[in-house]
Design a protein around this ligand. Structure first.
Ligand SMILES: N[C@@H](CCC(=O)N[C@@H](CS)C(=O)NCC(=O)O)C(=O)O
Length: 229
């Protein structure tokens, strides 16, 4: 098997790559990375000096591909399947890339800021950063609510790179700022959770839920809702 994905199933950016792999049933070897395990951390660092996951290794083409959006683009180019993550039409393509950036930078990253603030050492909490992240997330929801009007998927009528990004970003954002008050976002979220590639990824994430995760109750409630969707 030519492809190996280095990842952790609870990590949102890893989930984006997993959704793309599952969506097209692309064969790959799963290499779980536990960053608390020094050997795993060293293996990841040897592959990609920033030591961030996901990283895709393609032995057949002798390529190492970091960055979740780039991994999905790489799969679209070299391992295409029934779902075209990057539309052929040039305008549809930039719109898919724009929404991918939107979910990573303006939804996901704010949500992760709020969540990870709970892991900071005592006395080092970034309250102003969390306040700013909450405000930015609220604004991003308002923009997204308008963007999604009349759309089945994030960038239009077909499932793309943007939806691979949206599912984990919205799943984690929903824990800290529930999407239910936003009609279009809530309906889109439910559509995402029904997609088999997303449902499988969410289930695998649930299996890796850590004991001390700060939004555990919200996570479990959201998980139950998503598998019932
Ligand atoms: N922009 C990167 C972000 C990757 C990233 O931040 N991954 C996190 C997990 S979600 C990570 O590797 N965290 C470990 C660390 O920063 O030490 C992508 O899209 O792949």
């Amino acid at each position: 098997m030519s492809l190996t994905l280095y990842f952790h199933p609870f990590s949102s950016y890893c989930q984006k790559a997993l959704i793309a792999l599952y969506e097209n049933e692309t064969p790959f070897q799963a290499r779980h990375i536990d960053l608390a395990n020094p050997a795993d951390a060293a293996a990841l660092k040897a592959l990609w000096g920033l030591r961030k996951f996901p990283v895709l290794r393609d032995d057949a083409r002798n390529q190492t591909v970091p960055e979740s959006s780039v991994i999905v683009e790489y799969l679209a180019s070299h391992y295409p399947g029934r779902t075209a993550f990057i539309p052929k039409d040039a305008d549809a393509a930039w719109k898919a890339r724009l929404m991918d950036r939107f979910f990573d930078l303006h939804i996901g990253d704010h949500a992760y800021k709020i969540i990870t603030n709970n892991f900071r050492p005592a006395g080092k909490s970034d309250d102003l950063g969390v306040e700013q992240a909450r405000a930015a997330l609220g604004n991003a929801y308002a923009v997204l609510e308008g963007e999604l009007e009349g759309r089945a998927w994030a960038a239009g009528s077909s499932f793309t790179l943007a939806d691979c990004a949206a599912a984990p970003a919205l799943f984690y954002a929903d824990l800290v700022a529930p999407v239910r008050g936003h009609k279009n976002i809530a309906a889109y979220f439910d559509r995402l959770m029904k997609k088999p590639s997303v449902a499988r990824t969410v289930k695998e994430g649930r299996a890796a839920l850590m004991e001390g995760f700060p939004y555990r109750a919200e996570y479990l409630a959201s998980y139950e809702r998503s598998i019932a969707a």
